[in-house]
Design a protein. Structure first.
Length: 355
């Protein structure tokens, strides 16, 4: 293994590729109020332009060293260290479209464009062909990660084929799904321990779920997740709670945790709605409403009480906010839970779902 010198970069610049409708990007990370998702070039299918990718990678990394104003500037994933030379192989492969969804969460950009994008749905290039040509050209790194997200990925016409191809090829797949449709391909992937599912529930009752997500699919989603959670020794399913104004109260949190305990949803992700008010994780300020702070602290108390594993979304909370939560938790409970460490650890985990 050849190690390069120390310089500022991120895992996605080094070995990421994110497929969009008409382009490829390095990542699907949004940061600093509308920056991020750094573009590589236009793309409409076929063999991926590896030389163009390498040139663009070099160009962006070089601009970052000079502190020039790139779309990466300010990103919380940049760090100075040695980076492994992966010999042009990709470790983070992201399928960041279809950009449509059958829910309309009030915090999500996709729901704003659903109708418009539905008309153009179906014009996409054949992503399965792309994956096959990448395999033929030996472009997947060992144990590379495939993230299927952005919109509802199960609505993509090649969803099952991509999951099947990736797991057969020994790639690890993360699916961010709203859980409305039950998919055999997800179940099979979970059973093989090569697929991880992340699903935002965001509520403890169907009333609040409908309020946030625009459709009453609460019972259907819980039923599907209950099935999925049984697979692969209960290791593959993570449920997410995106705190919003509607669900920060104690009773919603309580109901949600009851559902997790009852159905053995053992891995929880705590997030918050940050798109609506333009929060950026590296800005140096605290912007959590008091009711949300109370709701989060209460959820952590319950998670600790029921010994449920949890992550704190590094995209959704700033360092100062997590420090405040940790301090308040200690003051209230007279015991320490290392929230800052949990938050730091989740920085590079795949849990992207627009939040
Ligand atoms: S630094 Fe941030 S915006 Fe730039 S490629 Fe990496 S993750 Fe994407
Ligand atoms: S957050 Fe996910 S489930 Fe909700 S509208 Fe957006 S894509 Fe759909």
């Amino acid at each position: 293994m050849m190690i390069k010198n120390e310089y500022i970069s991120c895992p996605y610049l080094e070995s990421g590729i994110s497929f969009k409708k008409n382009s490829i990007d390095f990542c699907c990370v949004a940061h600093s109020n509308n920056k991020g998702c750094t573009k590589i070039c236009s793309y409409e299918g076929g063999e991926i332009p590896i030389n163009e990718i390498l040139d663009r990678r070099q160009q962006v990394i070089s601009s970052i060293q000079k502190n020039e104003n790139t779309s990466c500037k300010g990103c919380y994933l940049l760090e100075k260290r040695s980076w492994e030379n992966l010999n042009n192989k990709f470790t983070n492969i992201i399928l960041a479209y279809p950009d449509i969804c059958d829910l309309s969460c009030n915090y999500c950009y996709v729901s704003k464009y659903n109708n418009k994008l539905l008309h153009s749905f179906g014009l996409d290039y054949d992503i399965l062909d792309t994956f096959k040509s990448m395999a033929k050209n030996n472009l997947f790194a060992h144990n590379a990660l495939v993230l299927l997200a952005a919109g509802e990925p199960t609505l993509h016409k090649k969803f099952d084929a991509i999951v099947e191809f990736s797991t057969n090829y020994n790639l690890l797949v993360t699916v961010c799904s709203n859980g409305v449709s039950y998919k055999n391909s997800i179940m099979k992937g979970l059973e093989s321990n090569k697929l991880f599912l992340i699903c935002s529930i965001d509520a403890g009752t169907s009333e609040v779920y409908s309020q946030i997500k625009g459709r009453d699919k609460f019972d259907v989603v819980i039923r599907n997740l209950k099935q999925y959670a049984l697979a692969g020794e209960r290791r593959g399913v993570q449920v997410k709670y995106i705190f919003t104004n509607e669900n920060s109260n104690g009773s919603q949190v309580n109901e949600f945790i009851n559902i997790c305990v009852e159905n053995k949803f053992n891995k929880i992700i705590i997030s918050r709605n940050f798109t609506s008010h333009g929060v950026h994780a590296t800005e140096n300020k605290i912007d959590l409403p008091p009711a949300m702070i109370e709701g989060i602290i209460y959820m952590i108390e319950l998670l600790v009480q029921f010994r449920l594993e949890f992550d704190i979304s590094a995209e959704a909370f700033r360092s100062e906010e997590v420090e405040l939560l940790e301090k308040l938790y200690i003051t209230k409970n007279d015991e320490n839970v290392p929230l800052k460490q949990i938050w730091l650890k989740s920085k590079y985990k795949h849990y992207y779902h627009h939040q």
